[in-house]
Write a protein that binds this ligand. Structure first.
Ligand code: PLP
Length: 407
């Protein structure tokens, strides 16, 4: 095995359980929208750690916050509370519909908490028969057993059964399908306002309004998974604010901590009472380090000027990608998404080949992602500027040209 002095990409294959297939280089340093690898090669990062690093890498105010908090208090467990988590909760609740928060360490865990809360609420308030959860094809809610079962992509749950029962999946954006699926035994409907991993597909406003009405009619809770859409990504602090549909429970993670692991589930006082003392928990949830970073992220992102910058940058990036579709009509068919959560859909003839573009782009110093096999995904840091977008345009065209030459 390699010694610590010889850490290479090969080391990954030797020591890590092979659930990931990381790129061929190892990033060692980041600043703003750029990363550098072990050979000091520079990359323009339009992945933001999968929609996480909204404020970019090594944001000076976040570095300062983390440094200060790390000299004061790291962790005390939930046998005690701490000041940063209370400050974060107050700020998050002031900014949203919610009045109570629960903190954890990841998106999957936030959704796990939301789904457990929905089941517990329904069980205690209506009886054990009200336990069915409705979710959508192509949705993604995390990798715990409950969340892969609720997620609408069977490839993530196959082979891990038996799966938790009473979970139905219906077509996304199909009002007739959800009307047919709803009944009084449904305890919750969970939806991403823009499906991320599933292909960057925004929900229709009428569809979300229909979900709200149907949940009210059948006394079910509406859960918005805003793990990818939230904390500014779509141009609002949370996407529900633009859709004008208020959920009962909302989950956040990813950009909330800008890379410091944290997840949050927020809800109303009434619903929150059903998770009474001892019913749910996690050792690290809301620890002072994560909470102080997230509090600073929220302070920076949640201003009208910053959110307007995200909308402006999103419009510029979209225009750049639409020009790509115009330039390469044979290869790309559409730009999808909202704000700084955008996808470039491959045309029918080239479906399944997004990874090839991602790999060539990385060779050319441009980091982009996939959303499934047919969509090249762009979820850059919010601090991206017009200059970065022009740099991305040049690198992306160079990469697409190289890809076309190879095809
Ligand atoms: N929900 C959505 C919408 C996501 O996009 C993700 C991650 O991609 C998750 C949940 C899971 O979050 P995590 O990977 O932090 O567990």
């Amino acid at each position: 095995m390699n010694t610590s002095a010889e850490i290479t990409r090969q080391t990954f294959d030797e020591v890590i359980i092979p659930t990931y297939a990381p790129g061929e280089f190892i990033p060692v340093r980041g600043r703003g929208v750029h990363l550098w690898d072990q050979n000091n090669k520079q990359y323009l990062d339009l992945t933001g750690g999968i929609a996480v690093s909204g404020l970019g890498h090594a944001h000076p105010e976040l570095v300062k916050t983390l440094r200060e908090q790390s000299g004061l208090l790291w962790h005390v467990s939930n046998f005690y509370t701490n000041e940063p988590v209370l400050q974060l909760a107050k700020a998050l609740l002031d900014a949203t519909f919610a009045t109570k928060a629960f903190f954890c360490n990841s998106g999957a865990e936030a959704n796990e908490g939301a789904l457990k809360l929905a089941r517990k609420w329904a069980h205690d308030r209506h009886g054990p028969q009200k336990a069915r959860i409705v979710s959508f094809h192509n949705s993604f809610h995390g990798r715990t057993l409950f969340t892969v079962s609720v997620g609408g992509q069977p490839k993530f749950s196959e082979g891990f059964g038996p799966l938790p029962p009473l979970i139905d999946h219906v077509e996304f954006n199909d009002i007739a399908a959800i009307e047919a699926a709803m009944a009084d035994d449904v305890c919750a409907v969970i939806v991403e306002p823009v499906q991320g991993e599933g292909g960057m597909t925004p929900a229709d406003p009428d569809f979300l309004r229909a979900l709200r009405e149907l949940c009210d009619r059948h006394q079910a809770l509406l859960i918005f998974d805003e793990i990818q859409t939230g904390m500014g990504r779509t141009g609002q602090l949370f996407a529900y604010m633009e859709y004008d549909v208020v959920p009962d429970i909302l989950t956040s993670a990813k950009a909330l901590g800008n890379g410091f692991p944290i997840g949050a589930m927020i809800t109303t006082d009434d619903i929150a009472t059903y998770l009474s003392v001892g019913t749910h928990g996690t050792t690290y949830g809301g620890n002072p380090l994560a909470a102080s970073v997230a509090g600073k992220v929220l302070e920076i992102v949640n201003t009208p000027a910053f959110l307007s910058h995200i909308r402006q940058a999103g419009a510029e990036l979209r225009a750049m990608l639409e020009d790509i579709v115009t330039s390469y009509p044979e290869h790309f068919s559409e730009v999808r998404g909202k704000g700084l959560m955008l996808g470039l859909l491959l045309s029918e003839a080239f479906r399944g080949r997004a990874r090839e573009i991602m790999n060539i782009a990385a060779e050319n110093g441009l980091l982009v992602l996939l959303a499934g096999l047919d969509v090249v995904r762009f979820v850059p840091p919010f601090i991206i500027t017009g200059e970065h977008i022009r740099e991305a345009d040049t690198l992306l065209r160079k990469s697409i040209d190289a890809w076309i030459r190879k095809t």
